[in-house]
Design a protein around this ligand. Structure first.
Ligand code: SAM
Length: 329
């Protein structure tokens, strides 16, 4: 049975952050103030996540995406995915990664049951990558991308967040990647979350701006539609290209009316919206020994309080100062 929120949005997608830790320190993701990491005991155990996901699936969730932090650094992640895969009713399990560990893990992820992979990559230049992430692992990520393709992840999605003055000069190069490879490059607008002490409106390159650069420097874009692209991305292709270019524009255009997501944070909170601070604690009742009915009630409560839209672009509107990693971007 499909699951609907009070605004008649079909909610079928759960994004699960399995750790708040990351092996990169991206300038636009981590707050400048030193982050207080969660104590291990605060992070949901795999069995706890499995119980919550099973209940969510019984209610109508069919897509589960694993994220973080960096999901591939959590010990035992492949076995966990294999257990997740056993839950009846899940249509697909996907994963978002920075790709640093993909070279050695791509084949294992495929075998464990990951069907779709998104890789976050914000520069095609190793030196710039180091400036953005604080790590000299660009080569590893690139090899990881190739290894993932070899392992059968197709199309591979590459997420890029263009930030003015940092990597916005690389937009055309990213678009060109789609010419000869079945890669889906998605440009995501920089949001005031995570490193929102760095965010200001002018640093966000809007989807329209990115699109104008691509059309000027690479060539005209034609709309691309596919039954599989039911997500928030507006998709296009360069004429004759193998891959796809997508724009995800939470800042310049809301897609809240078609949002299908709930999130489970690494520390056991259900977040009905990435861009609102509302969250519902499921860890305390879970650890307090509550029954499934109570957890189901809390999941339904999260649906009931899912905001109609976000207000992060409104003057004076509050937005989360929590680390993106805990929430799972
Ligand atoms: N470590 C994994 C990765 O790098 O893909 C998963 C977690 S990361 C927080 C998920 C996504 O959030 C990445 O694509 C990252 O670029 C994006 N992200 C982080 N901070 C962001 C921000 N302030 N605005 C837009 N996207 C952001």
């Amino acid at each position: 049975m499909p699951l609907y929120d009070p605004r008649n949005r079909c909610i079928d997608y759960l994004r699960v952050s399995i750790t708040d830790r990351c092996n990169l320190s991206c300038v636009y993701c981590k707050p400048q103030a030193r982050l207080q990491m969660l104590a291990h005991s605060e992070i949901l155990r795999y069995e706890e996540i499995l119980r919550l996901v099973s209940l969510a699936v019984a209610l109508g969730i069919v897509h589960v995406r694993l994220t973080g932090g960096e999901p591939l650094i959590r010990r035992g992640v492949l076995d966990f995915i294999a257990e997740l895969k056993k839950i009846k009713g899940i249509k697909d399990i996907s994963l978002t990664t920075n790709g640093v560990l993909l070279e050695e893990m791509a084949a294992g992820l495929r075998d464990a049951g990951i069907s779709r992979l998104n890789i976050s990559l914000d520069s095609l230049d190793a030196r710039k990558f180091l400036e953005i992430t604080g790590s000299d692992s660009w080569g590893r990520v690139w090899r990881g991308i190739n290894r993932a393709e070899e392992a059968g992840f197709s199309p591979l999605k590459i997420n890029m967040v263009p930030v003015k003055g940092i990597n916005d000069d690389e937009v055309a190069d990213f678009a060109r990647l789609t010419r000869d490879r079945n890669i889906h490059v998605r440009f995501i607008e920089f949001m005031p979350i995570g490193a929102n002490d760095r965010w200001h409106r002018e640093s966000c390159v809007t989807a329209d701006e990115v699109r104008a650069v691509i059309e000027r420097e690479v060539g005209p874009l034609v709309p691309f539609t596919s039954q599989k692209s039911a997500g928030p991305s507006d998709n296009y292709q360069i004429v004759g290209a193998r891959g796809v270019i997508g724009f995800i524009s939470p800042i310049s255009k809301h897609f809240c009316a078609s949002c299908r997501r709930l999130r489970l944070t690494a520390d056991g909170k259900i977040r009905p919206c990435l861009l609102s601070d509302t969250e519902i604690d499921v860890k305390s009742p879970l650890r307090g020994g509550c029954d499934d009915r109570e957890l189901e009630r809390l999941l339904r409560l999260a649906l009931a309080v899912k905001p109609e839209r976000h207000y992060i672009t409104e003057a004076g509107a509050g937005c989360s100062r929590r680390a993106m990693s805990k929430i799972g971007g």
